[in-house]
Design a protein around this ligand. Structure first.
Ligand SMILES: [Zn+2]
Length: 373
């Protein structure tokens, strides 16, 4: 069995206020648990385990003062307590530097239901806590629904996520007999060793003006005021439009590449270092995001993706004679090999090297698949 998640946006409706209340209450429970743990830690130096915490919350729900907590079903409560518990476990195992933090109410994003508290009988009609909601059903839901998560996006819209169990299907791939190596670039998103050039649309750039204006207006508002919340939502909407466009393009590109090639070789990126070097343009293009999407599509289509070690000198190596040009600067778009005299396009040369390196050591060191990491 495999897990697959289907996401849909809910219709706008006044009944949304129930969802707001649910999420706000879930946030209240979360914060209550965190505060409780803090107090316990100060006094006894340890933390309250999952079962005691769950029992405690269940008891509090019977009190009048916490009556609104009952909006959150018992399974969602379990989910919250589990998350707090996990945060503390990680903190005590020193995997996290800090214990879970308190969250602002509007920052609390979601609640998850498993078996109870919801009903779905097909179509785009969904009932949560006895209240009916419709969603924009952009595709069929496959398999058996295991959990349902309602998420409040920063834009103020709600999404429903159906997490489903679907039977694993074997991928039958028709081999294309083609492999390719690609170099990530700032000007061109990808340059292939076969000359394929993939330009990135820069939705972020075109929306930059709107984004700047929105963020300026946001920072001019008084924190916490009604106008501030309006501006916050507007800014979030501009952001989300940009992100969605970029994401859609990444999926489309991943599908295109996986259908065209049996094996794809790319350079593993040290994104943080690149961001320091190049600034916003990198996050603009979303190389890292693309590297996360590609293995998903590859797995489905039976394509292999190999990542060439980030220390492999793909740009500085002459793809004709293997001389390493140590003087190659970051901004040199073209260079001439001193040993063999070949004039190289920086990105194309790198792509040729990545392809050769990937194909020669496929499966072994230093090529590694991100999935196996
Ligand atoms: Zn050379």
């Amino acid at each position: 069995m495999a897990r697959k998640t289907f996401a849909f946006q809910l219709y706008r409706t006044k009944r949304e206020k129930h969802l707001h209340q649910c999420i706000d209450s879930a946030g209240g429970i979360y914060n209550h648990c965190v505060l409780l743990q803090r107090r316990y830690y100060r006094r006894f130096g340890g933390y309250i385990n999952y079962y005691r915490l769950k029992k405690h919350v269940t008891r509090l729900k019977k009190w009048n003062r916490f009556a609104h907590w009952n909006l959150v079903g018992s399974q969602a409560v379990q989910d919250i307590v589990r998350r707090v518990d996990l945060g503390y476990q990680k903190f005590f195992r020193k995997e996290n530097k800090r214990p879970p933090k308190l969250r602002k109410r509007w920052k609390h994003r979601s609640f998850t239901l498993t078996q109870a508290g919801w009903a779905y009988a097909g179509g785009n009609l969904l009932s949560i806590g006895g209240i009916k909601y419709r969603f924009h059903q952009s595709r069929e839901i496959e398999g058996k629904i295991k959990t349902l998560t309602i998420k409040r996006m920063p834009t103020g819209r709600f999404f429903v996520f159906f997490s489903c169990d679907i039977p694993e299907t074997e991928t039958i791939r028709v081999k294309t007999g083609r492999t390719a190596g690609f170099d990530f670039g700032l000007r061109r998103f990808l340059t292939g060793n076969n000359g394929e050039e993939i330009e990135a649309p820069l939705p972020y750039r075109t929306a930059l003006k709107a984004l700047r204006q929105a963020s300026r207006s946001f920072s001019a508002k008084q924190r916490g005021s009604a106008n501030w919340h309006h501006a916050r939502l507007h800014l979030a909407r501009v952001h989300s439009r940009v992100t969605n466009q970029r994401k859609a393009w990444h999926w489309e590109l991943a599908r295109h590449l996986c259908q065209t090639y049996d094996a794809i070789y790319l350079e593993d990126l040290e994104l943080r270092g690149m961001q320091r070097l190049w600034g916003r343009k990198i996050s603009d293009l979303g190389h890292g995001n693309f590297l996360r999407i590609l293995p998903h599509v590859a797995k489905r289509t039976g394509t292999s993706v190999g990542l060439v070690d980030r220390y492999f000198p793909s740009s500085k190596l002459c793809s004709v004679c293997d001389m390493v040009n140590h003087h190659l600067g970051l901004r040199d778009r073209q260079w001439t090999c001193l040993a063999c005299g070949t004039v190289h396009d920086r990105d194309y040369n790198a792509a040729v090297n990545i392809h050769a390196e990937g194909a020669s050591s496929a499966g072994g060191f230093p090529v590694r698949s991100r999935e196996s990491v």
